[in-house]
Ligand binder design. Structure first.
Ligand code: SDX
Length: 376
């Protein structure tokens, strides 16, 4: 019998079909339900993109109004959950707080195990609405500030920023933040989305699938890279130190976070849009030195390693200049990607098959214990 081919990391393996998004490395493009993500980032609110991912179409004005009304009534966290999150150790990583929050929301939901499309859409909207409060709480706690109540008179992005900073920032910041949410929302079978599909394929509940996805996204090879990018830029310090830093880092075989991608090999299609948003943030808030370092490292990495930035590379500095602490960056990614994850959970359930690959055994040949008779 011929030895089967092992696809480590499932690289290049087509595990299933999806109608939610297309990541095309040949044309370097990303579309959500057929719309180019650049188009959506330019013309749509994040609430509209959420509707598109869940339902397959951009909402009519009536559909958007109905979704907004429902979502704005679901933004507050239950008081016992606020208390629990505030009781976590101050050193707890905000991603652990988010993982906990999703788990507690599930434990509090009497319909947790109802996997009907209507019940799971209600859970999806609930998580979409409530996660900003959990992210904002962890950010404010880091600065010794108490959480703020959500405001139903504000849009999703404005309320997210209000709950974090206590005010709605200037329009350029709101716009750049909303663009980052649209770009982060969905990306086909990335590690955290595929994790959510694996858990869903056993017919476990949506909260369990999302909790698992949060765990997967935390890793620095995946969503955690946006935090690692900021740590890298802080370590380098200034543009004139990039070359020396990079040659040492590459000599030590270090991974430079924010660069490279499993699918895109000629650049992440989302980067130009996020880089432009970063430019808007620098225009509004300053940060020219940080931007100079950003550009210097990007060109050095392309020259030395032939690696292009991925979305996490411009997103990190943008969130930093918006005023978020670095450990809050990946939680923001969670709040955006909950739309993609829950769309994939619904799609997995609509045509489910248990996800269970095989493996090629390379351990010891079959053998017996071979000892004498067991002691009487
Ligand atoms: C996200 O999948 C998605 O869609 C994810 C995402 C989404 O929206 O969901 O786009 C979000 O996770 C973006 C990626 C964020 N991660 C990082 O920025 C971490 C740094 N990047 C790498 O670790 C790497 O590029 C991966 C993990 C993202 C992809 O790696 P691959 O495709 O498995 O390729 P590889 O790790 O086998 O690397 C191939 C070669 C290796 O050299 P050799 O060991 O063969 O000599 O390229 C090198 C790697 O060492 N390499 C890097 C590098 N990335 C690859 N070397 C230095 N720094 C890097 N960043």
């Amino acid at each position: 019998m011929s030895t089967p081919t092992v696809h480590r990391g499932l690289a290049g393996v087509v595990a299933d079909t999806t109608g939610i998004s297309s990541v095309n490395p040949d044309t370097n493009s990303l579309t959500y339900r057929g719309y180019a993500v650049q188009d959506l980032a330019e013309h749509c609110r994040f609430e509209e993109v959420a509707h598109l991912l869940w339902h397959g179409e951009l909402p009519t004005a009536e559909q958007l109004a109905a979704q907004d009304a429902e979502e704005r009534g679901l933004r507050a966290l239950p008081p016992d959950l606020v208390g629990l999150l505030l009781a976590l150790p101050p050193t707890a990583h905000p991603m652990d707080s988010l993982r906990t929050a999703v788990s507690v929301l599930g434990a509090n939901d009497p319909g947790e195990d109802d996997n009907s499309p209507a019940a799971n859409h209600a859970k999806s909207l609930r998580l979409f609405a409530a996660l900003p409060a959990a992210v904002a709480l962890t950010q404010r706690r880091r600065r010794g500030l108490l959480p703020l109540e959500p405001r139903a008179d504000l849009g999703y992005a404005e309320n997210f920023l209000y709950m974090t900073f206590g005010e709605v920032p200037e329009p350029a910041i709101v716009r750049a933040f909303e663009i980052s949410l649209v770009l982060y929302a969905e990306h086909s079978f990335n590690a955290s989305t595929f994790t959510s599909r694996v858990v869903t394929s056993t017919l476990s509940d949506l909260y369990s699938a999302v909790t698992a996805a949060v765990g997967a996204l935390k890793g620095p090879l995946h969503g955690g890279a946006n935090e690692a990018v900021m740590a890298t830029l802080a370590e380098i310090g200034s543009a004139d130190r990039v070359e020396g830093w990079l040659s040492r880092a590459l000599a030590e075989k270090r991974r430079i976070m924010g660069f490279g991608h499993r699918v895109y090999k000629h650049g992440d299609s989302r980067v130009p849009t996020m880089r432009a948003a970063l430019g808007e943030v620098v225009e509004a808030r300053g940060g020219e030195d940080l931007l100079a370092m950003y550009e210097a490292l990007a060109s050095a990495m392309l020259r030395e390693k032939g690696l292009h930035p991925n979305l996490d590379y411009p997103a990190g500095p943008a969130y930093h200049l918006m005023g978020f602490d670095t450990p809050t960056f990946t939680p923001i990614f969670v709040a955006a990607r909950i739309t993609g994850w829950t769309a994939h959970i619904a799609e997995q359930l609509a045509r489910n098959s248990l996800i269970r690959p095989t493996s090629l055994y390379t351990g010891p040949a079959e053998r017996r214990v071979g000892r004498g008779a067991p002691p009487a």
